[in-house]
Design a protein around this ligand. Structure first.
Ligand code: AHM
Ligand code: MG
Length: 352
């Protein structure tokens, strides 16, 4: 009888066992610290607090039209873009969550013109945090995946940090990540030792490691670009995309597929999972001639993640992570994803 009970119990245990070991974000960060000595307690706290804030943003995103935060805020950010209520709410959630922890000195965001100094009533720490609180926010009201992108730098100033303290090359980032609010809520993170993806277990409220050491294949048959801007593109982009469109009839000798979600986190997330190239080029328009995306809190964190996963990221001519920023909200052309494709389109620019 007890043998029978044992085997029934064993069967139930086996049937209900998760198919992946449940490593939480906290465990993962502690293990990284043990292995690489790169994730100080302050950095861990900062990543945990930021990812906890993202759970709250995820909650508001999921509420959609049932919540209070849908629709336009009837205001513009520093880039002259119309802000959604959720842009502002997400920005405030990240500011409030990160103000008191003691690991940060200042923050900067797509939604704020200047930097945000940690108020005097809280301790100041050794790191700087940059974020795009809700990237792809034009998609909010139509229920398409959007996300939060963040980048962590060391604060090298002994004194009160200024905008200048943030203007460090992307290669100096100590951590970068994004969360994607889609059918699943996921957090993708690098601290310089590979790229790992955590899925939010909604029932228990924890980030669980679900994809360790993500790798981007060097070759791909998928590209992502807003093709409606074609008439504005520069010659190297025209040349590259024309070849992809002509597919098997071009020198590429294979057909390509196009995907454009108009939400960078979603396009990058797909590329991390199955390869591809994402392009937002500079073009002939003013004021967009330097590209649309922002270097410090969009291109840099994504470039760090992509490179850590074996891909490449350039502005068409040089590595994004080597660009020395001149201002907080600087824009940059972006070519990132599968290495062989990024190398090719970069070569086309250098040959031009
Ligand atoms: P945002 O930060 O104001 O949301 O803008 C960035 C977004 C990216 O997520 C996306 O790749 C791009 O803008 C889409 O641009 P377009 O509207 O030209 O398709
Ligand atoms: Mg954005």
């Amino acid at each position: 009888m007890s043998a029978l009970l044992n085997s029934i119990f064993g069967f139930i245990m086996e049937a209900t066992r998760p198919t992946f070991p449940s490593i939480t974000l906290t465990q993962h960060l502690i293990e990284e610290q043990k292995k690489h000595n790169n994730t100080t307690a302050d950095l861990r706290l900062l990543i945990e607090v930021t990812s906890r804030a993202c759970k709250l943003i995820s909650y508001h995103v999921r509420k959609g039209a049932l919540g209070e935060a849908c629709g336009s805020a009837n205001s513009e950010n520093i880039q002259g873009e119309i802000q959604k209520k959720l842009d502002i709410l997400s920005n405030n959630i990240l500011l409030e969550a990160n103000a008191w922890g003691g690991s940060l000195s200042a923050m900067a965001s797509e939604e704020m013109e200047g930097i945000y100094l940690i108020p005097d009533c809280f301790p100041r720490g050794n790191y700087l945090l940059l974020f795009d609180p809700l990237d792809g926010s034009s998609n909010i009201d139509v229920n398409v995946s959007i996300g939060t992108i963040f980048s962590v730098l060391r604060c090298l100033d002994d004194h009160t940090p200024t905008e200048q303290s943030f203007l460090q090359r992307g290669s100096y980032q100590v951590a970068a990540g994004y969360t994607i609010y889609g059918p699943q809520t996921s957090l993708v993170l690098t601290t310089g030792y590979g790229v790992h993806c955590f899925t939010l277990d909604q029932e228990i409220g924890s980030w669980i490691l679900t994809h360790r050491d993500m790798r981007i294949p060097c070759d791909t048959c998928e590209y992502a670009i807003n093709a409606s801007n074609q008439r504005h593109w520069h010659a190297p982009v025209q040349r590259y995309i024309n070849e992809l469109v002509d597919g098997i009839d071009s020198i590429r000798k294979k057909d390509f597929n196009m995907r454009w979600i108009a939400s960078m986190v979603s396009d990058v997330h797909r590329i991390l999972h199955r390869g591809g190239i994402f392009i937002y080029p500079a073009d002939n328009r003013t004021p967009n001639k330097h590209g649309k995306l922002r270097l410090m809190y969009e291109a840099n964190p994504m470039a760090f993640i992509i490179e850590q996963a074996g891909g490449a990221a350039t502005n068409g001519k040089k590595r994004i992570l080597d660009i020395h920023p001149k201002s907080l909200h600087e824009r940059v052309a972006v070519f990132l994803g599968s290495k062989n494709e990024v190398d090719r389109v970069t070569r086309y620019h250098l040959e031009d």
